[in-house]
Design a binder for this molecule. Sequence first.
Ligand code: GLC
Length: 798
Amino acid sequence: MQVETSSSKYGAKHYPDGIRDWKKEGNYFCFYTTETILEIRVIADKIIRFRYAAEGSFQRDFSYATSDTLEESPIAFGIKEWEETFEIYTDELKVFIARDNLRITISDKEGKVINQDEMGYHWQHYLLKGGKIQYCSKLVQEGECFYGLGDKPTELNLRGKRLENYGTDAYGYQKDTDPLYRNIPFYYGLHHGVGYGIFFDNTFRTIFDFGKEREDACSFWARGGEMNYYFIYGPDLLEVAESYTKITGTPELPPLWALGYHQCRWSYYPDTRVKEIAKEFRKRKIPCDVIYLDIDYMDGFRCFTWNKEWFPDPAGLIKELAAEGFKVVVIIDPGIKVDTDYAVYQEGIKNNYFCKRADGALMEGDVWPGKCVFPDYTNPEVREWWSSLFKSLAETGVRGVWNDMNEPAVFEMGSFPEDVRHDYDGEEVSHRKAHNVYGHLMSKATAAGMKKYLMPNRSFLITRSCYAGAQRWSSVWTGDNVSSWEHLWLASVQCQRLAVSGISFTGSDIGGFIGEPDGELYTRWIQLAVFHPLMRTHSASNETGFNQEPWSFGPEYEKVVTKFITLRYKLLPYLYTTFWQYATHGTPMLRPLAFVAQTDVATHNCSHEFMFGDSLLISHVSEKGMQEKAVYLPAGNWYYFWNDQKYAGAKEIKVKTPLDEIPLFVKAGAVLPEFPEMQYTQQTPVTEMLLHVYFDDTEVKSVLYEDAGDHYGYKNGQYNVIRFKQRSTAQQFYLKKQFYINYETSYKNHRIIVHGLPFKPTTLVVDGQAIALLPENLLADNTVSFVVPRNFEEISMK
Ligand code: GLC
């Protein structure tokens, strides 16, 4: 062991010395130095887990992040002994462990270095607070870029930044405020076109330095716990994202309505106001599926109660709204009002469910209801109790829950003091270890309760705070943002970053939570949010009386906003398919350009453009008065959505940005499914599904996923997966379809619109049958529209 002295609150730095012994058991290997043990576990050919025991013994191997379904599936692996190193190899990777100091070098099978320790693993006693600070430092490779880390409101590429994870109620945060609400200790590295990821599964405060302190070092550390990280090899960044999601889990499919438009405000009350809002949407023909009730629906902010004066008949209200196609989502915070007449407080006290300080006193603090106590969600029994509380809400008709203030937030104190005790599933720890999973486990218990009581319906949950892996049960939003142009830009970066950090089901408060947007800002924000998996307007306009509904900014803006919310609904089959790809493979729904064209350095620092799913590229308008925008198109061919103009990529182009358009491109060759216009999901059975096919003379594949949009039949195979392959040439259009069909759709036919044909077609052949093309089939010289039965297999056109 080598020791280096350091500052007073921290002890000396300890570095491992030489390897004295090693062993192999199944798919894991242990290397012993005088004091340190390194365990390397081959999880899969491209996933290796590293765990270090600082002083000879490991802590409990337990994680709130990893999914139960994670299978360790290495195909082939082994170990070689070299003079200076050990080499653990798989079919894809080589991991070299230096005999002298345990330093790690990971290369691909050709020997190209992917990731290399600088000082590698080392630790320090945390003299001030106890335990050990666990460090790992890596060399920054030439040209390396870094991505990931959850909701950080800063440029997409994190090179040169230091950031930390310690869930914080960051009301009115700004660019570069850190930390924010979520704790996702997972980052990507990209250099020489090769991508990898590191997931540091440690719930203490974690800090990541991407070459800020020392230009050539990328280091990460935690103020306690264990050095325990997963190395994930791509080389494709999207594959890294998928593997990360294999480790931390994928969500179930949401109810289709949750992908519709959501309207929220702090707060809509009384019930008559809620009904008025709902009526207004239908009257103005602005699609909407969800209305939220913020804290004022409760009786004195007591969770699981209703304000009797403002909401005398909640079940009746929800039923009335349901008849108009609205679902209701209600807020539930963790703070339980100290009130001896309040059943939730009584039960929690009786059963010892609330968090306590180190000296045994209850952890009390002020939140909305005044003095509160807080359930210890790290205790499985408390989680079970918490889940059971949702029975009455579900029975009242509530279809979704919004968990807030769960960093946990406490007025004046900020959060809990570090001495607060937690069960941590039987481990008994201080708040230092439990802080970053508090909201995570609250939302887990909420989701379990709602799922149970809403069965057979799917439920919906949105949470403010969480740890890695919460995508398994919740969506998130970016928190208390501000009505400013900068925040519109931040919303875009934050949602992209969350998506590549495992949490695709995300959105921002459209228009900004704090402050008042003007019509232009609100409209531009709506336009971006069409392409965010969660689309919700929210504002804190209670006090000012300012309204932030789609019609609040006058007819000119209302018209454009309506056009875009309507577009959202038309795109639902595509959105839902993209969600299915995410739920099935872990593929992020939002993909930064660097993730779709990683060998093209022009994409590496691009924060403002992204792809939504396989086929749509969005470059949103984020400046007031912007008339024209430069857009970088990655390699390939692209159609401008609004006029079908075709562009070749790998270059920057300029497009006009009138108020009613944003730069939106469709990948050439793609098949883009479209619903008819609707006011809410499943308003009426869809009778014809449109397929837009964008001609290209390269082979391009697309997919469409369909199921009932609710219930769990899809888990028993009741769904359709339809795969399209366009293989056209300059002289002939050709589309082939393959499908798995086990769900009866309400529509029997597809209307197909082929865009961008390079010739004027005269013959159309569907499954071997020639069909005459009439003048009305030609929408324009290069656009053809026709109807075919849903079960067609092959279409050609000359
Ligand atoms: C928090 C939430 C916000 C909510 C408010 C009142 O600030 O982030 O969305 O409206 O509390 O519940």
